[in-house]
Design a protein around this ligand. Structure first.
Ligand code: NAI
Ligand code: COI
Ligand code: MG
Length: 345
């Protein structure tokens, strides 16, 4: 049956990397007999410009009816002082679709080892997953701002914490059997509850080791001892920051994909980075984050493991051949890298 994929290209480098991701999908589909149709929708700043809202009704309706959603990136400095910002569309979409579980894998491609700013012996074998809670916490609490005082509310219910911790344990069960739950339990009430829930959930997973870590020192250990981690689970804000930090291990945000899942309904796949306004339109963005998001979609929404593997192998081969974009210290353009990945499929 033909699968319906809704694409949200968004802003900045978004349209460039989305085009690359779709070219790779089109090239791999015949190899795996994957039938799909694409419906492109306005989203983020592009939707504000076209329709006056970052998440137009038609976009939301199409996303809800999709089999999977591909999102590139949104945002840009031109919206910094706007009454409505692209980021509100992103948060709104996550909330509307109930995409509470954001999975951000961190792996080091063989070819990238020598490009990492860290010593090869530190990053050798690194393979962990950041599981970020995506529809609660401080991004979704009340925000008030006046000239002399501002306030952002961070709240979590037991159930919101429980469902994301369960996801982390399920993932850990299928891999290294270790969960590192990250909080700021020495200060925050939400973190005290987080730790209690983590302990409760752990009782149902005797085969998985649970450890707790405070977010400040964890941020340091992620860089000095990245091999200590298997599955890291944490709240929305900490997960946002820690996952960007984890991109230092491979050396660039440009190779970092993600998947976001709901209890029911379509999943969404997107790079972890933003719209990179500093390089937008130059044709030099690294498309791998988007291309690997396509691979995650094939594997996690459509059980097309072979298709995902074709893409991942082609990316690895391309990097080994030394076809590198500027963020990786190379001179390849986005289109040269995409074409080489397609040749290597
Ligand atoms: N999911 C989304 O759409 C997200 C949107 N944003 C938005 O993106 C805008 C820019 O935010 P920044 O803080 O600059 O973060 P960013 O992630 O867009 O860029 C940070 C740095 O990484 C580089 N970079 C990112 N992706 C790259 C790629 N594929 N290839 C090569 N280099 C890449 C950029 O050039 C920049 O130097 C803001 O409006 C922000 O709100 C930020 C994060 C996520
Ligand atoms: C608007 C932000 C919450 C987007 C972001 O930084 C992210 O999802 O990683
Ligand atoms: Mg982020």
């Amino acid at each position: 049956m033909t699968k319906k994929i809704v694409t949200l290209a968004g802003d900045g480098i978004g349209p460039e990397i989305m085009a690359a991701g779709l070219q790779v999908l089109a090239a791999v589909a015949p190899k795996i007999n994957f039938a799909y149709e694409v419906e492109a929708k306005h989203f983020g700043g592009a939707a504000i410009d076209a329709e006056g809202h970052p998440l137009p009704e038609a976009t939301l309706t199409a996303a809800k009816a999709a089999d999977a959603i591909l999102l590139a990136a949104i945002g840009g400095p031109q919206y910094n002082d706007a009454a409505v910002r692209p980021e509100q569309g992103l948060l709104g979409l996550r909330k509307e679709l109930g995409l509470f579980a954001n999975i951000r894998p961190v792996q080091i491609f063989e070819a990238l080892k020598h490009l990492s700013p860290l010593k090869p012996e530190i990053i050798e074998g690194v393979d962990f997953v950041v599981v970020r809670e995506l529809t609660g916490g401080i991004y979704f609490g009340e925000h008030t701002l006046n000239e002399r005082k501002a306030r952002d509310v961070n709240d979590y219910t037991y159930e919101e914490i429980e469902r994301i911790i369960k996801i982390a344990f399920e993932i850990a069960r299928g891999r290294g059997k270790k969960v590192t739950s990250v909080d700021k339990q020495n200060v925050l009430a939400t973190s005290k509850l987080w730790r209690i829930v983590a302990e409760d959930v752990a009782k149902n997973y005797p085969d998985v080791v649970l450890e707790h870590a405070l977010v400040d020192s964890l941020a340091m250990k992620m860089i000095t001892n990245p091999n200590d981690f298997d599955v890291i689970v944490t709240e929305n804000l900490f997960g946002d920051i820690l996952s960007d930090e984890s991109s230092v291990l491979p050396g660039t945000l440009g190779v970092m994909p993600s998947a976001s899942h709901a209890a029911n309904g379509p999943s969404l796949y997107e790079p972890i980075h933003g719209s990179a306004p500093d390089i937008a339109g130059l044709g030099i963005a690294n498309p791998i984050s988007m291309i690997l998001s396509v691979a995650m979609m094939l594997r996690e929404s459509f059980e097309e493991t072979a298709g995902a593997q074709y893409i991942e192998n082609a990316v690895n081969k391309t990097l080994l051949e030394g076809v590198l974009t500027k963020d990786l210290g190379g001179t390849a353009s986005l289109s040269e890298m995409t074409a080489t990945i397609i040749d290597n499929l």
